[in-house]
Design a protein around this ligand. Sequence first.
Ligand code: IMP
Length: 191
Amino acid sequence: MKLCFATNNEHKLEEVRQILGDRFQILSLKDIGFEGELPETHETLEENSFEKAEYLFERFQIPIFSDDSGLEVHSLNGRPGVHTAYYAGDRNASKNMAKVLEELAEHTDRSAQFRAVVTFIDTNGHHQFEGIIEGQIAPEMTGEDGFGYDPIFLPEGYNKTFAQLSAEVKNTMSHRKRSVEKLAQFLKALN
Ligand code: IMP
């Protein structure tokens, strides 16, 4: 089955292809001939995830899924949350992480979660799937792999950040894995 993954984030695309690639043919936006930014105008992951998928489905009428994701730090009342990508003002991961580390300096509770909301749309309607990985914010940025906030996120049960763990290990447990795996099970049950 062919599915288009509605993202301009090459890292997310690579992760999703690693997770689902043996079961589905994952088309990129480039593959379907879409260029440009996807709208993200809302204040929740759920609404933005739906908005991105709907925007493309209206234009291409093929099965589409999107991912809107964010880091939710409990001591910061869930911030950066829906503002994760631009938390320090622009899409600069180092600046974004520095802002979180600075804001957390006065807190002892460093627990956090990554949350992804996947929206799947086809001619039958839409469905959403949530994936969460709990963890802790590390004292400093560590590790070279991954993307975004990976260097400061210690997933539960590990004393290494996502950026120190291999993609294979991250993809067994990440919020993205947990959300797209639910999508895969949903699609399997349909067939
Ligand atoms: P959006 O879903 O494209 O609006 O942005 C999500 C942002 O959350 C990304 O730009 C990253 O900064 C961050 N993010 C989402 N998933 C991950 C992940 O798996 N590792 C690190 N950062 C992530």
